[in-house]
Design a protein around this ligand. Structure first.
Ligand SMILES: Cc1cc2nc3c(=O)[nH]c(=O)nc-3n(C[C@H](O)[C@H](O)[C@H](O)COP(=O)(O)OP(=O)(O)OC[C@H]3O[C@@H](n4cnc5c(N)ncnc54)[C@H](O)[C@@H]3O)c2cc1C
Length: 411
């Protein structure tokens, strides 16, 4: 099993290994037909397909800028990777690569969004310190001798370095973040959520005019945004242009008995299992909720049609629990309750770069996918820039040209 997720850019960048307060919009539609702020019902109609962080961020900024937005989601908002991710954010870890300006703009947008929204909704935004930690199972004894380590990291750690400060690294709870943005878009800016599966996009004279859902329901649209994450290639319209594949990664959520003992330090591990097992790169994120999230153990697998059918591999979960117990006695079985054992798919492209922009020859039809291991970080700037492109014909916040879907089309 491949346990390392490589951000495959030709340029060297810091590698990111890996790998409800529930608003379930279970009725077919949650809607408001007019902008609550303007009362204008002749707004541009935009249908955003996919209720993950990318679709929801795009919907949020579109609705805020005056569009009449409908989000079409086949299961529930943030049901997939956007609800099961770590939520780690870094200002400069994508520097030197094509995603650098997107990541920097997004890191800053996360901060301003938290000022705007997190106060009353509490999705757990906080800056934190980030450490790289090397652990070898075959070394016995506590790690008291290792400098920099917080006291709760008391397993057999050999080495630790600071790789992020409260100025450069932060976190959100990704499911709460995504659902908070969706709720705000509905309640404040009049967006609606439709639970249904997108079957196809309708065109007239090479211009988008509708989406068709399973069961035949048609929703008219001036513009359509396809933010289907790792399901993008299941839509023939997109798979005919480029490939998006899913990299499956696992995670557990632990509730330690003594949450106050755990300080806000994100840990990027180099983990050597006993008996010469292959080294792994799990990640550990304590959350302001008192939970501790641990992820890693990735492999390429076919993405099931239904997100609710994504199930974790028991051996991967067992390994993550073992890792947690060797990081800290507070995370050992018996000392921490296991609140979730889960898996989800990273949306990955062949060149490792997201695909964001209008599809050539399909006026009004936009795509945003392929964010790999940085979708929670890059959601806000993707959404804000794409909203500008849809509404004004030009993205100002970030130059989206490196992400154009046209790069896959042979000239
Ligand atoms: C274990 C793990 C940890 C991660 N940790 C981090 C992290 O710390 N920081 C970070 O920045 N990123 C992280 N990521 C990456 C991040 O989670 C993803 O990049 C991001 O969630 C992708 O968002 P998305 O909206 O593109 O896709 P998704 O979240 O997969 O959402 C796509 C949505 O589209 C819907 N959909 C698909 N097809 C249809 C259809 N036909 N009709 C209607 N709806 C449809 C799906 O149901 C789904 O809700 C992590 C990922 C994993 C797997």
């Amino acid at each position: 099993m491949d346990t390392t997720l490589i951000y495959s850019s030709p340029i060297t960048i810091k590698l990111r290994p890996l790998l409800a307060t529930s608003i379930r919009y279970s009725s077919s539609t949650v809607s408001m037909s007019k902008s609550p702020e303007t009362g204008d019902d002749r707004r541009r109609k935009v249908v955003v397909c996919g209720g993950g962080v990318i679709g929801v961020c795009t919907a949020y900024f579109l609705a805020k800028s005056g569009a009449a937005v409908t989000v079409v989601e086949q299961s529930s908002v943030a049901c997939a990777a956007s609800g099961k991710a770590g939520g780690f954010l870094a200002l400069d870890w994508c520097d030197g690569g094509p995603v650098s300006s997107l990541a920097r703009a997004s890191f800053n947008l996360h901060r301003s969004l938290s000022d705007e929204l997190d106060g009353h909704s509490s999705y757990g935004y906080r800056p934190l310190t980030t450490l790289s930690v090397s652990i070898d199972e075959s070394e016995i004894g506590p790690s008291g001798r290792v400098k920099n380590l917080p006291s709760w990291v008391n397993g057999p750690a050999q080495k630790s370095n600071s790789i992020g400060t409260v100025q450069t690294t932060a976190q959100v709870h990704p499911q709460l973040f995504t659902r908070c943005l969706m709720t705000t878009a509905v309640e404040k800016y009049g967006a609606e959520v439709v639970i249904g599966r997108l079957e196809r996009v309708g065109f007239e004279n090479e211009r988008v005019d509708s989406v068709v859902l399973d069961g035949g329901r048609v929703i008219n649209a001036d513009s359509v945004v396809l933010a289907l994450g790792p399901w993008s290639s299941k839509l023939a319209l997109l798979s005919s242009l480029f490939r998006v594949y899913g990299l499956k990664a696992h995670s557990i959520v632990l509730q330690p008995k003594e949450p106050d003992a755990i300080s806000p330090h994100a840990l990027f591990l180099t983990y050597h299992p006993a008996q010469g097992g292959k080294p792994m790169d799990p990640e550990v994120y304590p959350r302001p909720t008192g939970e501790v999230y641990v992820c890693g153990m990735s492999s390429t697998e076919e993405v099931p049609d239904d997100p609710d059918q994504v199930t974790p591999n028991p051996e991967s979960i067992r390994m993550l629990k073992q890792v947690a117990g060797n990081v800290s006695t507070h995370l050992k079985e018996g000392e921490a309750q296991v609140k979730a054992e889960q898996a989800c798919f990273l949306p990955s492209t062949d060149d490792g770069i997201p695909v964001i922009g209008e599809l050539r020859g399909m006026k009004g039809c936009f795509v945003a996918t392929g964010h790999s291991c940085w979708g929670i970080l890059n959601g806000p700037a993707t959404g804000a820039s794409l909203a500008e492109l849809v509404m004004d014909g030009r993205a100002r916040l970030v130059d989206l040209s490196p992400f154009s879907p046209s790069r896959f089309i042979a000239i």
